[in-house]
Ligand binder design. Structure first.
Ligand code: CS2
Length: 494
């Protein structure tokens, strides 16, 4: 017998979703760009929960900017999907029904623009990953040479990039005298809202300076800190769920129990009552964001490169390696924490210990390869800004582990592992990094000098620092000759 697939009729039969309350609620809309697993396990869940406790009824129109995969998973299920929370104690699952439709941008960009221009769209949120911002990671400026940005500048009526969609739809609202929407960036960028605002205004400036001015003064781009570990769903996850639940759900996501969202309370119109469901609405997000990017994401990227090179597929396996686990703890507590101003009421040592626990969750198969993607877009905010801050101190304290982690990333971008097997490096700057390596392969001094001159990633501060340069030469040299395991021993004994 064929297994049934989740859809509205099945959800009603099995009472999987809450019945809509009989109260008449105002219908408001969020258009979300980038409908990956993270959005479905994070912002969508909070919004669904807030609907249950409020007068308003918010729905989400999800937009896939590239492939139709998520649409093909969700739409046959009437856009219902399960969020499975998992840890050593077992699984719990909930069916989420807040997504009402899924649009695939390349198939029909006009439909996306129409949804964004509708007057009941009060928020446009984004999880498009770092590279989706088409910016220069070191400076945070719009990358005007990006070919998709150039295409959008030439033809704004059918954009390809999120930046193009934002400017095109804001232009329509501006011309029709409609109120703008709030742009809610939910990616792991430093000062994410502010950074996105700058990129959008730079793009608009190239189209129409008056529009750029209107965006600058009228459109809020609140900063946010988002946190939940959500690995890509695998076929094994789907099969396991089908067996347990008795029906199939191709759009399910599996995640940890932990979830956190801190938002700068700066909205042009209304917003869901997120504060009723555990979201912190604050005046200043930056301290939270800094702590999270530097500690969680900084450690994540470090363990991904070093762990992958060491032969580990999953994050929890890396955490079982005593040397790597103690390397991480030392880097977080002795090197990163001194650079962070703790948000009020937050104990950074306790936070870092919790992170190490979360990484160890054996029920989550989070691939090191997944986190290793797009390193060039992640390194500045995750590790390099921390190193810059340390170098600016009169007494910087140790930064050896941080430099070791950067060396691990550079070694990974060389595209072959310790056994000489190829690594398929997924990174928009992969070719440029590989070229640098090829041209300087025989000389570690020249190689590191060439990497540090790569100004899309490394700032002049780092390029000009003799301390950083000599440490990077030392550790990259060690890893190239002795591999990760032995070099880590050298580092731990230094
Ligand atoms: C990870 C993040 O893939 C990655 O680069 O570091 O997605 C991480 O899981 C989240 O930021 C956790 O909140």
């Amino acid at each position: 017998m064929q297994t049934k697939r989740l859809n509205a009729a099945l959800a009603e039969e099995l009472q999987l979703t809450q019945k809509p309350s009989s109260q008449v609620k105002a219908a408001k809309q969020i258009v979300h760009l980038g409908l990956g697993a993270f959005h479905r396990a994070h912002q969508a869940v909070y919004t669904e929960q807030a609907n249950g406790l409020s007068q308003d009824n918010w729905s989400i129109i999800g937009v896939s900017l590239r492939s139709p995969t998520v649409r093909d998973q969700l739409v046959p299920q009437d856009s219902l999907y399960s969020v499975i929370e998992t840890d050593v104690m077992g699984n719990t699952h909930n069916v989420i029904s807040v997504i009402k439709d899924v649009l695939v941008a390349p198939e029909n960009p006009a439909a996306v623009l129409t949804a964004m221009a509708q007057s009941n769209t009060e928020i446009v949120s984004l999880t498009i990953t770092e590279k989706g911002y088409c910016h220069d990671p070191a400076s945070g400026n719009l990358d005007k040479n990006n070919i998709d940005i150039q295409a959008d500048l030439a033809q704004l009526s059918s954009p390809k990039t999120a930046i193009g969609f934002l400017v095109s739809s804001l232009k329509a609202r501006y011309e029709q005298n409609l109120a703008p929407f709030t742009v809610l960036c939910c990616d792991n960028l430093p000062s994410n809202g502010k950074t996105l605002g700058k990129i959008v205004v730079q793009f608009a400036q190239l189209i129409d300076p008056k529009l750029a001015q209107w965006i600058k003064t009228k459109v809020p781009f609140p900063n946010t800190m988002v946190d939940r570990i959500v690995p890509a769903t695998t076929e094994a996850d789907i099969n396991e769920f089908t067996e347990q639940a008795g029906y199939q759900d191709l759009a399910m996501v599996k995640t940890e129990r932990f979830s956190q969202w801190v938002i700068e309370d700066n909205f042009v119109a209304s917003r869901p009552d997120w504060e009723k469901v555990g979201v912190s609405l604050v005046v200043d997000v930056e301290p939270f964001e800094n702590a999270k990017l530097r500690l969680l994401n900084g450690a994540h990227s470090s363990l991904a490169y070093l762990g992958y090179l060491r032969g580990y597929d999953y994050v929890h396996q890396v955490m079982q390696d005593k040397d790597l686990a103690s390397f991480l703890k030392n880097m977080m507590q002795n090197e990163i924490i001194p650079t962070i101003e703790a948000p009020e009421g937050m104990d950074l040592i306790a936070y870092s210990n919790e992170l190490l626990q979360r990484f160890s969750n054996p029920a989550l198969n989070h691939r090191t390869y997944q986190i290793a993607m797009d390193g060039s877009q992640k390194m500045p905010q995750r590790l390099l800004h921390t190193i810059e801050d340390k170098l600016a101190e009169e007494e910087p304290g140790s930064l050896n582990s941080l430099c070791f982690a950067v060396a691990g990333w550079l070694r990974y971008t060389m595209g072959f592992d310790m056994k000489g097997d190829p690594i398929e490096v997924q990174d928009p700057l992969a070719n440029e990094l590989l070229q640098i390596q090829k041209e300087n392969a025989n000389n570690i001094d020249k190689l590191v000098d060439a990497y540090l001159s790569f100004d899309k990633v490394f700032s002049t501060k780092l390029k000009d620092s003799d301390v950083f340069k000599s440490k990077l030469k030392h550790y990259l040299g060690l890893i190239l000759v002795n591999g990760v395991e032995q070099s880590l021993n050298t580092l731990l004994s230094e």
